[in-house]
Design a protein around this ligand. Structure first.
Ligand SMILES: Cc1ncc(C[n+]2csc(CCOP(=O)(O)OP(=O)(O)O)c2C)c(N)n1
Ligand SMILES: [Mg+2]
Length: 429
């Protein structure tokens, strides 16, 4: 339309002689062409649309408008307490009591040993695809322990130690990866959501739970896990936006393990840190060493305490590394170098924390061996219980999502039942 008018004005004798250099022209409904200086591109529409002669009150003299750096009130900090060799910054050391320190150590070891066992079981066809957490144990183990039973933990899919701490039997976690519906069911009274493989789908749920808590006036908080790749999903941004606007008691905990399958962190976002994305949503962020259980604990505790005192959400970016495969269906040698993996192996959270606990004399060599033996037995017992309970009715895959089955699922169920009968497969086979 603007171009047409320009064209018409040219045809009418039409040089744009009255349009000076460095000026632009603009057509406005019913008013033909107007000219205004480049410096004023935003004109109150009401003036032109109401047919007043623009520019009304347009200053004749030069004037200046502010151009300044906007001060952002949100904070984005970095936190690390243990160095790569397990030495502690004494000023930052939270000096957790012995029981809690050993509990975190034991959880990390449980996650690691369960992981190792699951990979073997997948290779033997005893469970389905498995997503290991090797290298990332400090993130979820040291964060989840901050949460009280009345709080909620909203999971992604690389947090086996978190389930363990919250009271899920280990065989339930195995059932998830074995493809059994019961693997999605939290034990009664446990305020957790199950493993969520659809990336970032759990984040709006976490925000919604926190919103409910706020409306009820509960003094509770939500901890929500997500990966670096998940931060590119719309769900992430929508949930953070709501959480900021309603000042909700939720901590978004991003496990930045440097990869989203084969997409490296640099290709995921142009932001220098993931933590700084909090600024857009109006709350604070913290980047921390995700291979340092002390930093994870302290950062999460501060965020949860703030959430519970109406201080609103926090975005935590835990910088870590997935030492293993993305899942058992992946071959990471196709997209990353051995050198990179070796560099991160030196920052493995378990030996680092072990060294710290040995220095604090909370651990000794004998206890290290005892804990390992104990955990191995727990994992083996869980595997036995899982395998003993595998004879379930295949039709059990139907009743878990809807309170009442919709017609098309009833149809599918009957079709499946008929197929099982034809094949002579059923309960206990
Ligand atoms: C909505 C959705 N899109 C794609 C996938 C396939 N997928 C599974 S894991 C994954 C990468 C996730 O990366 P990240 O969030 O960094 O978590 P990580 O696997 O590194 O723990 C993708 C794309 C999925 N599960 N869900
Ligand atoms: Mg990732």
């Amino acid at each position: 339309m603007i171009l047409n008018r320009l064209e018409n004005s040219r045809r009418k004798g039409g040089q744009r002689s009255n349009v000076h250099r460095n000026q632009t022209s603009c057509g406005v409904r019913g008013q033909g062409l107007r000219e205004w200086p480049n410096s004023l591109t935003m004109v109150p529409c009401c003036q032109v649309l109401h047919g007043k002669n623009w520019p009304v009150g347009f200053p004749q003299k030069d004037f200046s408008v502010p151009r300044k750096r906007i001060k952002i009130k949100q904070k984005v900090e970095y936190l690390s307490i243990l160095d790569g060799d397990g030495h502690v910054d004494a000023a930052l050391d939270p000096k957790l009591d012995g029981d809690l320190s050993l509990h975190i150590y034991r959880l990390m070891l449980s996650a690691r040993l369960l992981d190792e066992r699951c990979i073997k079981m997948q290779r033997q066809g005893r469970i389905g695809t498995y997503g290991p957490c090797r290298g990332q144990e400090a993130c979820h183990c040291a964060a989840t322990v901050v949460m009280k039973p009345e709080d909620w933990v909203v999971h992604a899919f690389r947090e086996p130690g978190s389930f363990y701490h919250r009271g899920w039997p280990l065989e339930t976690v195995l059932k998830f990866w074995g493809g059994y519906e019961e693997g999605c069911r939290p034990p009664d009274g446990v305020n957790d959501t199950p493993i969520a493989v659809p990336i970032a789908s759990q984040i709006p749920h976490a925000m919604g739970i926190a919103w409910g808590m706020k409306l009820r006036g509960d003094n509770r908080a939500v901890l929500c896990y997500c990966g670096d790749g998940g931060t590119s999903e719309g769900d992430f941004h929508e949930a953070l936006n709501f959480a900021g606007v309603y000042n909700l008691p939720v901590v978004f905990f991003i496990q930045n393990n440097q990869w989203a399958i084969s997409i490296p962190r640099e290709a995921q976002t142009a932001s220098e840190t993931i933590a700084q994305k909090c600024v857009a949503y109006g709350f604070d962020g913290l980047q921390l060493d995700g291979n340092d259980p002390l930093a994870v604990y302290v950062g999460t505790k501060e965020a949860v305490d703030r959430a519970k005192s109406d201080g609103g959400p926090t975005l935590i970016e835990a910088v870590t590394y997935r030492l293993g495969v993305h899942t058992t269906a992946d071959d990471p040698t196709k997209y990353r170098s051995d050198e990179e993996v070796k560099r991160w192996e030196k920052l493995d959270p378990i030996p680092r924390f072990q060294k710290y606990l040995l220095n604090r004399k909370l651990l000794d060599k004998k206890l290290v061996d005892e804990i390992e033996k104990d955990v191995l037995k727990e994992v083996a017992d869980a595997v036995d219980r899982y395998e003993a309970s595998r004879d379930v009715d295949p039709l059990e895959c139907f009743p878990h999502t809807y309170a009442e089955l919709p017609d098309e699922l009833i149809e599918q169920k009957e079709e499946f039942r008929a197929a099982l009968e034809r094949e002579n497969v059923g309960m206990g086979h």
